[in-house]
Design a protein around this ligand. Structure first.
Ligand SMILES: *[C@@H]1O[C@H](CO)[C@@H](O)[C@H](O)[C@H]1NC(C)=O
Ligand SMILES: *[C@@H]1O[C@H](CO)[C@@H](O)[C@H](O)[C@H]1NC(C)=O
Ligand SMILES: *[C@@H]1O[C@H](CO)[C@@H](O)[C@H](O)[C@H]1NC(C)=O
Ligand SMILES: *[C@@H]1O[C@H](CO)[C@@H](O)[C@H](O)[C@H]1NC(C)=O
Ligand SMILES: *[C@@H]1O[C@H](CO)[C@@H](O)[C@H](O)[C@H]1NC(C)=O
Ligand SMILES: *[C@@H]1O[C@H](CO)[C@@H](O)[C@H](O)[C@H]1NC(C)=O
Length: 353
């Protein structure tokens, strides 16, 4: 019962205080446990000395389990830095803390070769690009060109430290078709293993969305219950609709219809867009087609434009780190509730008592 009071309290605070005051006012986050492990991957041998081996290409999961836990495990899947889930742009609470406070177990996932799973089975190179800061600025839709902020953008535009933090908190990412397969192979093993529980909702950003969709088409169990993809760049389609697969890292990916239909078994899928994503842009069009195909096979997928559909303006490519991320979190609350994914682990026990 106190949970509902907590939610009411949160809503009441939203109108009168900043998100930071709000999170402080709710007191400490109480965890049952935290930790991490790697999963998937393989062991390869030296071509000439078979007893010399390397364990590589696994993914890594870090978890935070609240003391009083809900049943749904939120797996936060970034494109190239877990940091985007950890803090708001200005250092305030990110989705990690916002949802730990709501009693959801939170999992930070790093696919093979990135972040803390960077022990790969192949050679990797890092080539510094002098254009990365400039490219990030535009790609994340902070503005049309470097340091030309969109009016009303949900970023602390006068905080240069915030910008430096955002653009520096990156890992090398591999936007190739092979990497989409590699990540989704490991993630599907993780999903089917039961180690992330029986109710998984992937929260994804950018190229993570495509990987989570591919994972869902590969997993054989029923643990994947939802996907909320913030600005997914890349979509999966069935092989019966005359869509030509791309050969790069952003799709389209084409899978056998039987595999595609697994997306229709997921309780809820949302493809979320921030500002400056017109209907005629490639990936908005792909999101609408993908959602309609999932629904054609009995699924529950929806495209949500934060401004037009929900009245949240100024959203960037990474809305869950935006200055109004408390409101974006409120929309996720609604998604989880309406899909029956907000229950507590001990609901059954409580009913008996
Ligand atoms: C590893 O293999 C080499 C031959 O390739 C052999 O000489 C060596 O004893 C082996 N070492 C172990 C620990 O098995
Ligand atoms: C600016 O952003 C940085 C990094 O996110 C943060 O540590 C700092 O507190 C922010 N400053 C203000 C005034 O919000
Ligand atoms: C990595 O690169 C080195 C140097 O070019 C080469 O000797 C080695 O075979 C490569 N390893 C793999 C796994 O491709
Ligand atoms: C799911 O089943 C198929 C067919 O047996 C298998 O090829 C695939 O590896 C399985 N997926 C996982 C994640 O184990
Ligand atoms: C499939 O698409 C291609 C071009 O994308 C087109 O040329 C072809 O006519 C289409 N085939 C069918 C059966 O719709
Ligand atoms: C999308 O439509 C706008 C006009 O509404 C046009 O200016 C723009 O060039 C179009 N973009 C694409 C990718 O077709």
């Amino acid at each position: 019962m106190w949970i509902h009071l907590g939610t009411a309290l949160l809503l009441a605070f939203t109108s009168t205080t900043t998100a930071e005051d709000e999170s402080r006012s709710l007191g400490p986050i109480t965890l049952l446990e935290s930790g991490g492990f790697n999963i998937g991957g393989k062991k390869i041998s030296h071509p000439s000395f078979p007893n010399q081996t390397l364990s590589c290409d696994h993914g890594y999961l870090e978890y935070f389990i609240p003391w009083h836990q809900r049943k749904t495990n939120l797996v936060m899947w970034h494109s190239s830095s877990t940091q985007v889930w950890q803090n708001r742009w200005d250092g305030g609470p990110g989705f990690k803390d916002l949802f730990l406070r709501r009693d959801y177990p939170v999992w930070l996932w790093e696919g093979p070769r990135i972040g803390r799973a960077n022990w790969g089975c192949e050679n990797m190179t890092y080539q510094p690009s002098f254009f990365s800061d400039n490219a990030n600025f535009a790609a994340w839709n902070l503005g049309p060109y470097y340091k030309q902020w969109w009016p009303g953008v949900q970023f602390p535009t006068d905080n240069d430290t915030a910008w430096r933090q955002a653009t520096s908190n990156r890992y090398v990412e591999f936007d190739t078709a092979a990497n989409v397969e590699l990540h989704s192979d490991a993630a599907a093993i993780a999903a089917d293993s039961g180690k992330i529980g029986t109710d998984i909702v992937y929260l994804t950003n950018s190229a993570g969305g495509l990987r989570a969709m591919m994972t869902t088409t590969k997993a054989n169990g029923t643990n994947i219950k939802g996907i909320v993809a913030y600005e997914s760049i890349g979509y999966v389609f069935p092989d019966n609709v005359n869509i030509t697969a791309g050969n790069g890292g952003f799709g389209p990916f084409v899978v056998p219809l039987e595999r595609f239909k697994k997306l229709a078994k997921v309780q809820g899928i949302q493809f979320i867009w921030g500002d400056h994503r017109p209907e005629n842009s490639t990936f908005v069009q792909q999101s609408r087609l993908c959602a309609s195909l999932i629904n054609k096979y009995g699924g529950n997928a929806k495209v949500v434009k934060l401004a037009e559909d929900e009245g949240l303006t100024g959203s960037t490519h990474i809305a869950f780190a935006d200055m109004d991320n408390g409101k974006v979190a409120g929309l996720l609350d609604g998604f989880l509730e309406s899909n029956g994914l907000d229950g507590y682990q001990d609901d059954e026990e409580q009913k008996i008592k």
